[in-house]
Design a protein around this ligand. Sequence first.
Ligand code: PAF
Length: 324
Amino acid sequence: MKLGHIAAACLSLALGTSALAQQPTVLKIGYATSKESHYGVGSTVFCDEVEKGTQGRFKCQHFANSALGGEREQIEAIQLGTQDLVNTSTGPVGNFVPEVKIVDIPFLFRDYDHARKVMDGPIGQDILTKFPSKGIIALAWTENGFRHMTNSKRDIVKPSDAAGLKMRTMENKVHMDGYRTFGILPTPMAFPELFGALQQGTVDGQENPIPVILASKFSQVQKHLSLTGHVYSPALLLLSPKVWNKLSDADKKVFVDAAKKAAVAQRKKVNDDENNGIAQLEKDGMKVTKVVDGAAFREALKPAYAGYAKEFGADNIKKITDVQ
Ligand code: PAF
């Protein structure tokens, strides 16, 4: 081979190697609803910010609509390192990090302002520090929203209207203990099975925030929506330690800052859906009960609250309700 050819071969090898070195790391991110939904909006902002902040060294591949399984399965995959990121409700999270369970108590938060203040304040931030010892990195609280009941049988104004309904719930004992006091028959089920179960009448109803009811087109399989707002459903952006442990300190900051921006965008989408989505669901044929007897639901919950006080400490619950 002539000298010129050898030089050219070396150059192209070097260029090839540097091109290889510049290949971005592709992170798999999963969530339950569509890319246009609140989870998709938050996840997209996160991924765009990470890509920008790392000069394209990291990119995401989105797996919307539960393409990687239910939220419990995805959290397990995060621990194993077979999935990089999940934007998930706290539904199954307390089974991994018990300190999370307290924020799943029904009627704990007065409204969105209260909930967001607690999650972003010392109480919520302290809970995030409990994740690494369970093999999960919690980058930030995002949001699913206040949950409302839908069903195929009747309007729900007070607990006695809900009594006897077979309702799909998340795999969350705190919720189930509370919902039993309303007389509901809680049926825990992974979210990907829910649409079919509603369609086939295996369950009468379910409860989820407006953004989920919209994105999942539950208006096609449920007639009645009652704005019970019976529990706030926080969400989290979780990362696998397999990714985190390889990041430089500067990249770790990029990831955390990106997650905070994702939370802002996700919460804004929740607000927008709360403001515009109910009218849309009515147009889609749902009968919406806007005024419910919140006091009667709270009264019914009293026995469950006695259990929560025992499990989590009345003082700790009060610390949350006292946040103004
Ligand atoms: O009902 C659930 O399981 C959750 O609210 C969902 C829809 C998976 C979103 O986090």
